[in-house]
Design a binder for this molecule. Structure first.
Ligand SMILES: [Zn+2]
Length: 279
């Protein structure tokens, strides 16, 4: 189906202040004056000539200034997960709470300091679905995000399309990834996202055999700050799962996701609080 662009870039933004949580510090006052006169008189005699407006310099402080002020998230309630020989396949979490979830995939392409600082300072709850080689090559970066309370979950070793592959192939991709991530981060993944969101019945069986509770798709994707909805209704609904990637524009994607949530009246929450390891 065609992807639908949201109009969040042109929508009137809410007033922003501080971080996503009441405990977050208020924004520091800008150290720069709002207008800087030129250092030297301009040779031009045209007094009406103005320098073009500069686009904002995207510092971490600027990103922080874009974080909407959310109402406090409700106390999380773990949802029921069906038992059986295969994991369920969910696009969203079955909760009535007005919360939505941010998931960030892959890890090998790009890891920006702006995104890390934004996650830390704004206290954004995120879940990382990592490929294990990327996690091994850049462990310190992902551990810094883990230290904010984020969990590391399974996205296979090689990021190959699992659909149609043998059980042994799929099982190895999932198990080897979990083994590696557990060794690196001290906790075994129990949520799984197959590469490209492609799966078949074998995938869900292999995932369950590797200790996965739920295999997850998504309800929105975010790229370069633009939210793309899976449905015509451009709303983030309770339980929705937003997908973005460790790419150069991740900080913009986080802001785009937060603004879309805010405009939809939902608050970001931690996926694992609703889908704990066990109930
Ligand atoms: Zn991926």
């Amino acid at each position: 189906m065609p992807a639908l662009l949201c109009g969040c870039g042109s929508a009137p933004g809410p007033r922003f202040e501080g971080g996503a949580q009441p405990s977050a510090r208020p924004p520091a006052p800008s150290p720069e004056p709002s207008f800087s006169p030129p250092a030297e008189p301009l040779p031009s005699l045209e007094p009406t000539t103005r320098a073009p407006e500069h686009p904002p310099e995207k510092t971490v402080n600027w990103y922080m200034s874009q974080v909407p002020k959310f109402t406090k998230a409700p106390r999380p309630e773990p949802v029921d997960v069906p038992h059986g020989s295969a994991t369920p396949w969910w696009s969203r979490v079955p909760t009535q709470h007005r919360v939505a979830f941010i998931t960030i995939d892959d890890g090998g392409l790009s890891r920006t300091s702006e995104a890390l600082e934004l996650i830390k300072r704004a206290d954004i709850p995120v879940t990382m679905f990592l490929n294990s080689p990327a996690a091994a090559n850049h462990t310190a970066y992902f551990k810094a995000i883990q230290a904010t309370g984020a969990h590391v979950q399974n996205h296979t070793v090689t990021h190959r399309n699992l659909k149609g592959q043998t059980y042994d192939f799929q099982h190895k991709e999932i198990k080897d990834c979990s083994d590696r991530l557990e060794g690196l981060f001290g906790a075994r993944p129990y949520l799984f996202r197959p590469p490209f969101g492609n799966y078949d019945g074998v995938t869900l069986k292999a995932a369950r055999d590797c200790g996965v509770r739920v295999s997850l798709f998504w309800t929105q994707t975010v790229h370069e700050g633009v939210v793309r909805y899976q449905t015509a209704q451009k709303v983030v609904k309770p339980g929705d799962v937003m997908l973005m990637h460790f790419r150069p524009a991740l900080a913009d994607d986080l802001i785009g996701a937060l603004k879309a949530m805010h405009e939809s009246g939902v608050t970001p929450a931690r996926l694992e609080d609703y889908l704990p390891r066990s109930t």
